[in-house]
Design a binder for this molecule. Structure first.
Ligand SMILES: NC(=O)c1ccc[n+]([C@@H]2O[C@H](COP(=O)([O-])OP(=O)(O)OC[C@H]3O[C@@H](n4cnc5c(N)ncnc54)[C@H](O)[C@@H]3O)[C@@H](O)[C@H]2O)c1
Length: 330
């Protein structure tokens, strides 16, 4: 992709799983990146980046609920591209709904508002929505597939917040001409995915690498999305030049938990018999239509077996160096 002159990126939630991979993707493309996060420990970035790569990142500790803090970072670094990922995931939003609303909804409105105020230099704001705003019955009754324009009936506060963000993005376009691109992931996995409702598959890979038993808390089929692919799509969206308020379902590898475990066992044969799962299905549609997302161009899906192999390789290498924190509870 051609590098536009003077692109400077800010990633909110950069110390989280998807944030770390997005930061890494930007550094590897030699693009300046400010990592904005309320947390201070870049352990997920350290897991997937070299010390030299880490030195190229500008870290800003700040809270997206504080509009001045994020506004200051945008101005100081003359940011042109915002990839907004900071949020509280389902269990944390469930434990504290007022805080969840503040971070996930007000925090996102803060980002949109600041982008509007700096519209002269801003690329479309990219933000993560979620398939978590849908319930199983929102899929088509004809073929069981969830279309991008399906009506959502969220069953969690988290889902309601995501739906609200998409609505606010639409209104910012109607009222102010602010361009936004919402990406809806489902089950993201790979190094750094260590918390949240669907982090079990990644913990199972880690358990296999360290030779411990692990039970994944859900079964059925889900759409597996490798962290590196998700990051690539977010960066492509930010550089797409699209105008309007767009939302895309993210594609991936649709597989059952049996198939995931078989893929892990084929990479780590010693893990045979260690991994199990609950039969309980996730309360979301399984088959998801990602039609339209190809407009972002640099969208790839690493085959599941290869993504499992890459995750095992990263965990194994860090384990051998004694720098892997093994956390199998959420
Ligand atoms: N992981 C998935 O499978 C998945 C699926 C659908 C949507 N998403 C969305 O993608 C985004 C990133 O997910 P993730 O898996 O990387 O999550 P994560 O929990 O690993 O990371 C979230 C990051 O946001 C930061 N953060 C929280 N509150 C903040 C605040 N007030 N100010 C600044 N930073 C704050 C946290 O410190 C953390 O580093 C989220 O919006 C999430 O809802 C993720």
């Amino acid at each position: 992709m051609i590098k536009a002159m003077g692109e400077r990126f800010l990633v909110t939630g950069a110390l989280g799983c998807i944030g770390a991979w997005t930061t890494r993707a930007l550094v590897r493309e030699k693009l300046p990146v400010v990592a904005f996060d309320v947390a201070g420990d870049p352990n997920r970035l350290r897991l997937i980046m070299s010390d030299d790569e880490l030195r190229q990142v500008t870290f800003v500790k700040g809270d997206i609920t504080d509009i001045d803090s994020i506004g200051h970072a945008l101005d100081e670094h003359r940011i042109t591209n915002v990839i907004h990922l900071a949020a509280l995931q389902v269990p944390f939003a469930r434990a504290n709904p007022p805080l969840g609303a503040l971070v996930n909804v007000v925090g996102t409105v803060n980002i949109f508002e600041l982008a509007k105020r700096n519209a002269d230099r801003m690329a479309p704001v990219v933000y993560t929505s979620s398939i978590g705003m849908y319930e199983t019955a929102d899929a088509s009754t004809d073929d069981g597939v969830l279309r991008v324009d399906a009506t959502a009936h969220p069953r969690t506060h988290y889902g309601v917040y995501k739906l609200a963000n998409e609505g606010n993005a639409r209104v910012y376009w109607l009222d102010d001409g602010l361009s936004t691109i919402g990406i809806r992931p489902m089950t993201v996995f790979g190094p750094g995915r260590d918390q949240g409702l669907t982090s079990g598959p990644t913990k199972a890979i880690l358990a296999a690498v360290v030779g411990r038993p692990y039970r994944i808390g859900f079964g059925g089929r889900t759409l597996f999305q490798y962290t590196e692919d998700v990051a690539r799509t977010l960066v492509a969206a930010s550089r797409s030049g699209l105008t309007g308020a767009h939302v895309f379902n993210l594609g991936g590898s649709l597989a059952s938990m049996d198939e995931l475990i078989a893929a892990i066992e084929s990479v780590v044969p010693a893990a045979r018999g260690l991994l199990t799962f609950d039969e309980q299905r996730l309360p979301f549609p399984e088959e998801i239509d990602d039609a339209g997302i190809e407009v972002l161009r640099d969208v790839r899906v690493t085959p599941l077996a290869e993504a499992v192999q890459r995750t095992v390789d990263i965990f194994s290498e860090r384990l051998a160096r004694g720098v892997l924190e093994v956390k199998l509870t959420s």
